[in-house]
Design a protein around this ligand. Structure first.
Ligand code: ADP
Ligand code: MG
Length: 699
């Protein structure tokens, strides 16, 4: 008997592959692939009525044809429709063109009317024989790729639209509020049919700006799917079990509070309570702690860790890079380590650059539970790392972590005494506050705690935007600051295309400053230095021996040197707004008056671009992280703003949070009701809109 071979997978044709690449695999995906714009082939106009710049369809007789060589080889055809004439010009053409456009031929031609000394002209118009039926709807033009011809895409979309299940998923009791929100009674089916093939009398403006009720209906559906998927994720998580963590009387949490060199701010006390309440519940916490740079998130993390350790569990702390992990957690470890020692517990480090021997030792400490606290980079979540009982994972600068990494962290489960799996609680920290509409939309499944108050005694930072032509004045100012015993950061931009350029920029500035500031120790820090060297430079600066630190963006987050009072950012026009804000947050941490100088270099003889100017203006006008985030969102749009959260996941395709807030409001309340009363319809709705992508939205 011949071996049973699996049937060979049917090879995909090139256009089919291109469809898959665009994510168009199911009928519903095709039905939801909406036109970018439309072409009007429903009517034939008279040449004399066609205005310059209009794309029109005309029908007439060819009265003349010639090939000229000047200015270059081209086919010229004269068309007459009884009202006027028009010259058709082809720079590339075949004998078939000449044949179809022979003198006397009756043709229908479509193209953009241009003026010119030869009168009306069309360049490379589409043409076919005259007569023939006119379509009764506008012709859709779809977003596509080079491998996917528009005509092919039109056909598959039309057939996908015909086959797709477009039955109503929204329960009858929610239709009333939906119709009020979208200003119309459109069903999904009607809306899609209409948007793919609108009638000729439609207002193209309403279609283009997506204010048409058919568009509104689609956007409302899309937002509903997003809300449903996030609510579902939250429900699923609520069904999971997590260790219940509580402070012990006289325990680590209490001791830590007693040794802190400062009193907590009201905001810090409030967020710690919110976190402690979550940790005491048997369901995994999924909380985002947001607070402006310098608002004191680290101590909150330390107190949360203490709660976990008090309950006899382990806590893991992660930062996106090694140097950040070190900088971020140095204080925290300084507080906790002496308190852990009497308990026979330790802090373990895990980083990528560790020697094998040390790493093995650390892994042992983690597996045995001797390490109550595990600190490091994403090395903490690698497969080989086995915790004895991880109860709490804290991620600093969460937006810098990918979704996959966060999922991996959550998978570090341990078994409870009842033999059931326990998932760790998750606390994510971010200095980039999320504007409200985004939080309601993309982070609907997250609980958010906000530190909205800075520790007392901070002096506001004065921000100046200064042209690079006045660089020498800035250097004078550095000299004065250093003479007063203050320290200075000088940040050079990271030029992503060229690390070498980035380096030479920082190196040159370092040489320049060393030369103009004799007797002052000027250090250099950049991303390509060996870790040990970076650490040595950082410790010279942290201890106050080094007065000026020139660096690329490695100090972007987390460095804490209260004596630093001046921050100079070179080529500030190249930085993003939230990056500038984070950098500026490195000064103003002590009592001294602090300043931030944004040096900009306009392009040769020109002016800075619009967005660069807006960013610098925003920096000079406000130092409130929430206001900065709002403006950043305005300037960049949500796609870039969200960064890692969205990698692999679909952003909203249709809805725009800037204009569709009312639809989001509807979707939020509808999602809760639908999930509670119509779970099957909710599931169908999510599958229709998100297909296989919903997993990513849950991370
Ligand atoms: P971030 O929120 O940016 O991570 P940090 O946790 O690094 O801020 O805190 C910034 C500085 O403020 C640190 O030096 C920290 O020790 C100090 N700090 C934190 N909380 C307080 C407080 N309540 N009172 C005074 N200083 C505080
Ligand atoms: Mg921090």
């Amino acid at each position: 008997m011949p071996d049973a071979k699996p049937a060979p997978a049917k090879a995909l044709s090139a256009p089919q592959k291109a469809l898959h690449k665009l994510g168009l695999t199911r009928d519903i995906d095709l039905a939801l692939h909406l036109p970018l714009r439309y072409e009007d082939e429903t009517r034939v106009v008279r040449l004399s009525d066609a205005r310059e710049g209009q794309t029109v369809q005309v029908e007439g007789t060819v009265t003349h044809q010639e090939i000229t060589m000047r200015p270059r080889r081209q086919l010229l055809v004269t068309l007459e429709d009884g009202s006027d004439t028009c010259t058709l010009r082809f720079f590339s053409f075949y004998p078939s063109h000449q044949k179809a456009l022979a003198v006397g031929a009756q043709v229908r031609v479509r193209g953009e009317i241009r003026g010119g000394f030869m009168g009306r002209t069309m360049m490379h118009p589409a043409f076919h024989a005259a007569g023939g039926e006119l379509p009764d709807a506008l012709t859709p033009v779809y977003p596509t790729s080079a491998q996917l011809p528009q005509a092919y895409l039109r056909k598959v979309v039309a057939s996908g639209l015909g086959r797709a299940d477009l039955s109503e998923t929204i329960p009858p009791e929610l239709l009333g509020s939906l119709q009020r929100a979208v200003h119309g009674t459109w069903t999904l089916r009607d809306a899609l049919r209409y948007l793919h093939h609108p009638g000729p009398d439609v207002s193209l403006d309403a279609l283009e700006d997506r204010s048409h009720p058919a568009w509104q209906r689609l956007k409302a559906e899309e937002l509903l799917a997003q809300q449903l998927s996030q609510l579902t994720a939250k429900r699923e998580r609520d069904a999971l079990r997590a260790p219940e963590l509580r402070t012990a009387p006289g325990g680590l949490h209490e001791q830590l509070l007693a040794v802190l060199p400062f009193a907590l701010t009201g905001a810090q006390r409030r967020v710690i309570e919110e976190i402690a309440r979550d940790l005491a519940r048997p369901v995994p916490m999924h909380r985002l702690l947001q607070g402006d740079v310098g608002s004191g998130k680290t101590v909150v993390a330390a107190l949360a860790a203490a709660i976990a350790i008090d309950s006899g569990w382990q806590c893991a702390l992660m930062a996106p890079t090694e140097i950040l992990a070190e900088q971020h957690f140095a204080k925290l470890i300084g507080w906790l380590e002496p308190l852990l020692a009497p308990l026979g517990k330790r802090v373990a480090w895990l980083t990528g650059s560790q020697k094998k021997k040390q790493r093995t030792e650390m892994l042992g400490l983690i597996a045995s539970g001797e390490a109550a606290l595990v600190v490091g980079t994403h090395a903490v979540i690698q497969d080989q790392v086995v915790f004895q009982n991880l109860a709490l994972a804290i991620i600093d600068e969460q937006h810098r972590f990918g979704v996959a990494q966060r999922l991996a962290l959550r998978s570090k489960m341990t078994e409870g005494e009842d033999g059931q799996a326990r998932e760790p609680h998750l606390l994510m920290m971010s200095a980039t506050p999320i504007p409200r509409t985004l939080a309601m939309s993309y982070y609907a499944d997250l609980d958010v705690s906000t530190i909205d108050e800075l520790p007392p005694g901070r002096t506001p930072i004065v921000t100046k935007v200064v042209s690079d032509q006045r660089r020498h004045e800035v250097i004078q100012r550095i000299r004065a600051q250093v003479a007063e015993g203050r320290q200075v950061y000088w940040v050079c931009p990271l030029i992503e295309e060229s690390e070498a350029l980035d380096l030479s920029n920082a190196t040159e500035t370092h040489a320049e400053l060393s030369q103009s500031l004799p007797g002052v120790l000027v250090g250099l820090l950049h991303s390509r230095m060996p870790v040990a060297e970076k650490k040595a430079v950082m410790s010279l600066f942290t201890s106050g021996h080094m007065s000026v630190l020139v660096s690329t963006t490695v100090i972007e987050v987390g460095v804490d040197v209260p004596n630093a009072s001046l921050m100079v950012i070179e080529h500030a026009e190249r930085f993003g707004l939230s990056q500038l804000h984070q950098l500026r947050g490195r000064v103003g941490r002590g009592a001294a008056a602090s300043a931030c100088v944004l040096l900009y270099t306009p392009p040769d003889g020109g002016r800075l671009g619009e967005t660069a100017r807006e960013r610098l203006k925003a920096m000079a006008e406000t130092s409130d992280g929430f206001e900065i985030a709002r403006r950043d969102l305005e300037i960049r749009g949500p796609g870039e703003f969200l960064g890692a959260r969205q990698s692999g996941a679909a952003l909203l395709r249709f809805a725009d949070l800037a204009t569709d807030g009312h639809l989001l409001d509807w979707a939020r309340q509808a999602a809760a009701q639908m999930l509670a009363q119509h779970p099957a319809a909710a599931e169908k709705h999510i599958a229709r809109w998100l297909g296989g992508r919903s997993e990513f939205l849950k991370a």
